[in-house]
Design a protein around this ligand. Structure first.
Ligand code: FE2
Length: 419
């Protein structure tokens, strides 16, 4: 006897309707009887969504202590350095607890958060480490030691990184394009790789997040990955400068990124508004070469980056909203590309984060998301609500789809925005 059957599901990447069985918290073949049956009415079903890049310590701080009037990255960094002054563990936890709930409601069950370590007391790191324990098995949370002000260019930067690793973060970060010199940047990348290798941790670096085509630290990451044998365990985030490189250099770089099995994270929400700020027309898009990387066989994921912080005042933690923006900003509106966008918020980031028990096959943990839309195209088009989120076979979030009516020829009729 199964615990649950979800009937009339349309699994991502398929056209037919199918039933999904759940027994003892895992997916099971659906042939048998079940104690409970839920009819998904043809809704699209995916595995748990995976958020590979967010800055939880900064969420919901927009307007504190002042608003970012220019909307630029640099004004955002200046405001954050002021806000950090009155950070407390309680303040961080209160904001993060709220956003984790938003993420779960959106179907996100695995989160990798960068956490600023440029604070001699490491308040944000301590708060997030406590929360990682507190949330237990409800979601999985990976923490990246992220030096917002640099490792070589911030007083005591190396020591703070080591201290964060000692406290128990999962991943080592860096921000080489923000260091004072090219040499400092290269040294910071090598430092991060050495620290990660020494402690058996993964690497995830904010790399080349600038429109400056001279910012070329992704090549250093590829070289260090190969040299230390860390293939598959390293992620380069943002890499927006790649959009400004000449084609000959980009071709060579992409080959080396593939050779190093680097995971890439593009953050369309933040970077669509933060980049291109020094351009007069034509204004560059300021994004990495998503389609060329995918064509080369590189693992590319979509990240959300910010939720209502000094860099990005919008967002509610929904990866589908980021995918919607990438469909436009990244020219990914082709029919198969719309399906690829779903891979980029599920299987691709699961691989980047090293999540092994993942997917909809029998035996995997019964973690899934059912959308209030029948296809990938409709789900992206409508940024469709998550009607059901399952974790370990239990319903952990529900959304009642909105009911809309119009009055036409004097009669009220329902509108569902589906053809
Ligand atoms: Fe970021």
């Amino acid at each position: 006897m199964l615990d649950l059957i979800l009937s009339n599901a349309r699994l991502m990447g398929t056209d037919e309707l199918t039933d999904i069985g759940v027994r003892e918290g895992a997916f099971a073949p659906p042939e048998m009887e079940a104690r409970e049956v839920i009819d998904l009415e043809g809704g699209l079903v995916t595995p748990a969504l995976v958020e590979p890049h967010i800055h939880l310590d900064a969420v919901l701080t927009v307007g504190e202590p002042r608003w970012n009037l220019s909307g630029s990255l640099f004004e955002g960094i200046a405001i954050w350095s002021e806000r950090v002054q009155d950070l407390t563990i309680k303040d961080v936890k209160r904001r993060v607890r709220k956003v984790l709930r938003w993420q779960l409601a959106n179907g996100v069950q695995h989160v990798r958060s960068h956490v600023d370590v440029c604070d001699p007391e490491l308040r944000a790191v301590r708060a997030l480490l406590e929360l990682r324990e507190e949330i237990g098995q409800q979601m999985t949370l990976q923490l990246v030691a992220f030096p917002q002000q640099g490792i070589q260019s911030f007083d005591g930067g190396e020591e703070l990184m080591k201290k964060a690793v000692g406290l128990g973060v999962d991943v080592v970060g860096a921000i080489p394009h923000f260091e004072l010199t090219r040499e400092y940047g290269e040294r910071s990348v090598k430092f991060a790789f050495a620290l990660a290798a020494e402690h058996g941790l993964q690497v995830d670096i904010h790399c080349d997040e600038t429109d400056d085509d001279h910012s070329r630290f992704s090549e250093v990451m590829a070289a260090e990955t190969i040299r230390l044998g860390l293939e598959g365990r390293v992620t380069a985030s943002h890499t927006t400068a790649m959009g400004s490189y000449n084609n000959a250099y980009a071709y060579r770089l992409i080959n080396n990124l593939r050779r190093a099995h680097l995971n890439m994270v593009t953050n369309p929400l933040d970077n669509s508004v933060l980049q291109g700020r020094f351009d007069s027309h034509p204004i560059r898009r300021g994004m990495t070469r998503v389609k060329e990387l995918l064509d080369a066989g590189v693992n590319v994921c979509i990240g959300h980056d910010s939720v209502m912080d000094p860099w990005y005042p919008l967002g509610y933690g929904d990866p589908l909203q980021a995918a919607f923006v990438l469909a436009h900003y990244g020219h990914m509106s082709g029919h198969r590309e719309l399906k690829t966008l779903f891979e980029m918020i599920t299987y691709n980031p699961a691989r980047a984060l090293g999540i092994e028990a993942y997917g909809l096959e029998p035996g995997q943990p019964a973690d899934l998301v059912c959308f209030a839309a029948p296809t990938e195209m409709d789900a992206i088009r409508l940024v469709a609500p998550r009607r059901l989120v399952l974790r370990g076979g239990h319903v952990v979030a529900r959304t009642e789809p909105a009911r809309t009516t119009v009055v036409w020829d004097g009669k009220e009729e329902a509108v569902d925005f589906l053809r």
